[in-house]
Design a protein around this ligand. Structure first.
Ligand code: FAD
Length: 490
């Protein structure tokens, strides 16, 4: 990108403008950094910087890039309608932001705090580069209910276990009421030019398959889409959340995860909308506790920045994983022979999202029955989830693999057949995503290999051809996983 020219003629006599750097807070309402930037009627230059080099291996994956493209388009429209168009830039944030601040004569860059290890390093570099020019970076809490630093368990140490963490946050009472978006923003008369959305090259990537083509049937990235989904959820599924959230065949959860990941809605807005909806208190509390799982994941990532790569339980670095490309590929493609797992993996591929219960079953099958390293599963999720989130994804994989601080014990191996029968008893989920099994009766839907040949024939299923046999026998896979675990402990 060319350097931004200074424009002193229009800067003379003008109130000093502010620069607002959008990060994981792509919205206009309940945005403390935005409100601070425009306080006192300051003119505003809003900017988004695509800095893939800073994020390195944790740059947004394919599905997340599809989402980001839509979200930036929506944010750009919303900002332009209020009078301050969004400037898009690509490059190192510590180069782009000081240059822009100098070009418009802004003394302060306002932004939300970043929590990923790379984002923290990026904030430090931006801060230093601005300070060199006598300018400052003001960081605000835009993505979480509470900053993960400066608060810990009674011992004074960071929380390692979810329950006491959640209790403390619940006892602290509701977060502050959300604040509305400003009606109008004062943009700059002659803002510097930026990149077009197309030039950011987010999606589709030339030479790569456009697999996200159908995502917009399910999702509407952007603040309006987030608010619409939130309103639908609190008016409907929230009232039955405690039970329905576990049923993958219905819309029993909020589907807010990608909106929360990109900050198109704040967790405080979600919290207050749920409280105000008038659902039964127990249902609301169960839902709010899931919002606190998100907070807890960020707390873990902040205090254990090795979370995405390194098992938090040190002994797991000796775990005898048996990396196998063919097994990994069968799992990725939804061809493991376990219908509920395959349904989940195909839902993921086709919509960029997978139901939480099925994420747990599918992840467990990979790391336990198939003995594949959890990092390989996390990497696939990273690339294919629209809600791919370094904190929640890493913490959840470590939880399933048994190597997190607050993990499910390794010996608790999900049974993919029983899980399917319990949570998809009517088979709606499997029939939707694994249509080649749709005509099997419920009794065999989650274990087609036990169906008599005439039942398979009547349902048009040819095991090993139209649908795979299980890649590993459940009992054998379970026993092998437990053996590997025993070896680790020995
Ligand atoms: P709801 O049930 O409506 O919950 C509301 C919100 O709470 C979610 O949007 C999410 O922000 C948060 N939340 C719910 N459950 C969890 C959880 N277990 N951990 C952290 N936050 C939670 N979630 C992500 O947002 N990004 C990920 O990359 C991600 N990877 C996961 C990987 C695995 C292996 C597993 C088991 C879970 C993962 N989760 C991840 C957590 C969870 O599956 C999703 O947040 C949830 O399915 C999103 O659907 P929802 O918005 O309808 O959730």
């Amino acid at each position: 990108m060319a350097p931004f020219p200074r424009n002193p003629s229009y800067m003379a006599g003008m109130t000093e403008p502010s620069l607002l750097w959008f990060r994981h807070d792509l919205r206009l309402s309940d945005h403390p950094a935005l409100l601070a930037a425009v306080a006192g009627g300051r003119p505003l230059l809003p900017v988004f910087v695509l800095d893939d080099a800073a994020a390195g291996p944790h740059r947004p994956g394919g599905a997340a890039r599809w989402w980001l493209r839509g979200s930036l388009a929506a944010l750009g429209r919303d900002l332009a309608a209020r009078g301050a168009p969004l400037l898009l830039a690509r490059g190192r944030a510590e180069t782009v932001l000081p240059a822009l601040a100098a070009a418009i004569g802004a003394g302060t860059v306002h932004a939300g705090r970043g929590y990923e290890p790379w984002a923290r390093a990026q904030s430090r570099r931006v801060h230093e580069a601005l300070a060199d020019g006598g300018r400052s970076l003001a960081l605000h809490t835009t993505a979480l209910l509470r900053e993960p630093h400066g608060f810990g368990a009674a011992s004074g140490k960071p929380y390692a276990v979810y329950t006491p963490f959640a209790k403390t946050l619940l006892a602290a009472g509701d977060p502050p009421a959300p604040r509305p978006a400003p009606d109008r923003l004062a943009g700059l008369p002659h803002p510097p030019g930026g990149e077009t959305l197309e030039a950011l090259g987010l999606y589709p990537v030339p030479g790569e398959p456009d697999w996200a083509r159908g995502f917009d049937k399910t999702w509407q990235p952007g603040e309006a889409g987030a608010q619409a989904r939130l309103a639908r959820f609190v008016a409907g599924a929230l009232g039955r959340y405690g039970t329905d959230r576990n049923i993958p065949g219905i819309e029993g959860s909020s589907g807010l995860s990608p909106h929360l990941h990109w900050g198109e809605v704040s967790p405080g807005q979600v919290w207050h909308a749920a409280r105000a909806a008038g659902a039964e208190a127990g249902q609301t509390e169960t839902f709010l506790k899931e919002i606190l799982w998100r907070e807890f994941s960020y707390h873990l990532l902040w205090h254990r920045p090795e979370l995405p790569e390194v098992p938090l339980r040190a002994e797991f670095s000796r775990f005898p994983w048996q990396a196998d490309a063919a097994l990994l590929a069968a799992w990725q493609r939804g061809r493991t022979g376990y219908p509920v797992v395959d349904a989940g993996m195909r839902q993921l591929w086709q919509t960029g999202w997978m139901h939480n219960r099925v994420r747990m079953i599918a992840a467990s099958l990979l790391v336990k029955h198939l003995l594949q390293p959890w990092q390989d599963g996390a990497a696939w999720f990273w690339d294919t989830l629209v809600d791919a989130d370094l904190a929640s994804n890493s913490a959840s994989w470590q939880w399933v693999a048994g190597c997190g601080t607050d993990a499910a014990p390794y010996f608790r191996v999900f049974n993919p057949i029983l899980q399917g029968e319990k949570f998809d008893a009517e088979g709606r989920y499997v029939r939707r995503w694994v249509p080649e099994l749709a005509r099997l009766p419920n009794a065999f839907l989650h274990k087609p290999w036990e169906a008599p040949s005439e039942v398979l024939a009547a349902a048009g299923v040819r095991l090993g051809t139209s649908y795979p046999r299980p890649v590993v026998d459940h009992a054998k896979g379970r026993a092998r996983a437990l053996e590997a675990f025993a070896a680790l402990r020995a």
